[in-house]
Design a binder for this molecule. Structure first.
Ligand SMILES: NC(=O)c1ccc[n+]([C@@H]2O[C@H](COP(=O)([O-])OP(=O)(O)OC[C@H]3O[C@@H](n4cnc5c(N)ncnc54)[C@H](OP(=O)(O)O)[C@@H]3O)[C@@H](O)[C@H]2O)c1
Length: 294
């Protein structure tokens, strides 16, 4: 398939780009800067230069494609409006092409809100963090669309590769006396390694039924204190020094989206394993974290 990737230089996007190419797909990726274009070319994809918020500028140069994956996001407060413009331009353009396009929209675990001791599945009602509420009408639009074959993937919190959620812990351990956790030590995070998640995107692109939704979750929910303890063990410290940071402080420092770090969640990735034969290999995030901090 020829696949158009939006967000190909991100934590998830780089892994997806590699996985698509390894599977023999041809990738065309959007790049908003020279630096991003260079990275994409190095990873083996063709480049279309442009910004998701100004699709009219680059849509005319887009070749015919069989699949599109949207995972471009800059986490600022205008992102909802930016992505609306993208979908307004891109979906009709794809419908007008000569091929029926499979379109994967990237949501996220924070659209399910805190689950406490329940385990959320694809059937659970959405209860998005306010900073990501704009995603809900967009994913509904993609799923209901007759213009493309829409599929939604909600990744758990992603680690591995160049970025990911553990980087902050690692940086704290290196630069500060304490590892900062937001909201409390008992907060649980559902997790997935970027390479496993990338395999799920490829499987969904190739096999998922139109209008289906999948949770990309390898580990249902792990307390952040366990993750911090793994770093401490790695560094030979008997007890980790944890500093609990309030949600408000995280939002002030990083932006409203960072309230998600305080979201206590458990999510299940069973549907993807059952329907698509997804077999994530990274099932021990604390071990991965220790390797990352080596
Ligand atoms: N990472 C996670 O733990 C996680 C978990 C659940 C859901 N998600 C969702 O998955 C998506 C991707 O997350 P990520 O962590 O991979 O993000 P990321 O590492 O920040 O990457 C964002 C990507 O979007 C591109 N981008 C941003 N604004 C753009 C614009 N205006 N025009 C063109 N490209 C633009 C960036 O390109 P540049 O190279 O130009 O910066 C980069 O390739 C987001 O919607 C996020 O909410 C992420």
């Amino acid at each position: 398939m020829r696949v158009f990737l939006l967000g190909a230089t991100g934590t998830i996007g780089q892994a997806v780009l590699r996985a698509l190419i390894a599977r023999g797909h041809e990738v065309v990726a959007l790049a908003r800067s020279e630096a991003s274009a260079g990275k994409i070319a190095q990873l083996g994809a063709a480049v279309v230069r442009g910004d998701i918020g100004i699709p009219d500028r680059w849509l005319p140069g887009l070749p015919d494609i069989d699949g599109a994956i949207q995972m471009a996001c800059d986490f600022d407060s205008a992102m909802g409006e930016t992505e609306r413009r993208l979908l307004d331009g891109l979906l009709p353009r794809l419908a007008a092409g000569s091929r029926r396009v499979r379109f994967i929209y990237t949501g996220g675990c924070w659209l399910f809100g805190p689950t406490g001791n329940n385990v959320a599945t694809e059937e659970s009602a959405l209860s998005p963090l306010p900073a990501f509420a704009w995603m809900v009408p967009h994913l509904q639009r993609v799923l209901a669309s007759n213009e493309v074959e829409g599929i939604v993937i909600h990744p758990a919190m992603v680690y591995g590769g160049d970025g990911g959620v553990f980087r902050r812990f690692e940086q704290d351990a290196r630069e500060r006396r304490a590892i900062r956790v937001v909201g409390g030590e008992a907060v649980r995070w559902p997790l997935v390694h970027c390479d496993d998640l990338a395999d799920l995107y490829v499987l969904a692109l190739e096999h998922a039924a139109p209008r289906s939704t999948y949770l990309g979750v390898a580990t249902e929910g792990i307390p952040v204190s366990e993750l911090a303890q793994a770093i401490a063990r790695r560094r030979g410290v008997a007890a980790p020094i944890l500093e609990v940071m309030s949600e408000d402080a995280a939002a002030r420092e990083l932006g409203e989206w960072a309230r998600g770090y305080a979201c206590d969640q458990q999510l299940s990735g069973a549907k993807a394993r059952r329907d698509l034969g997804w077999t994530p290999r990274h099932l021990d995030p604390t071990r991965d974290l220790m390797e990352l901090c080596a």
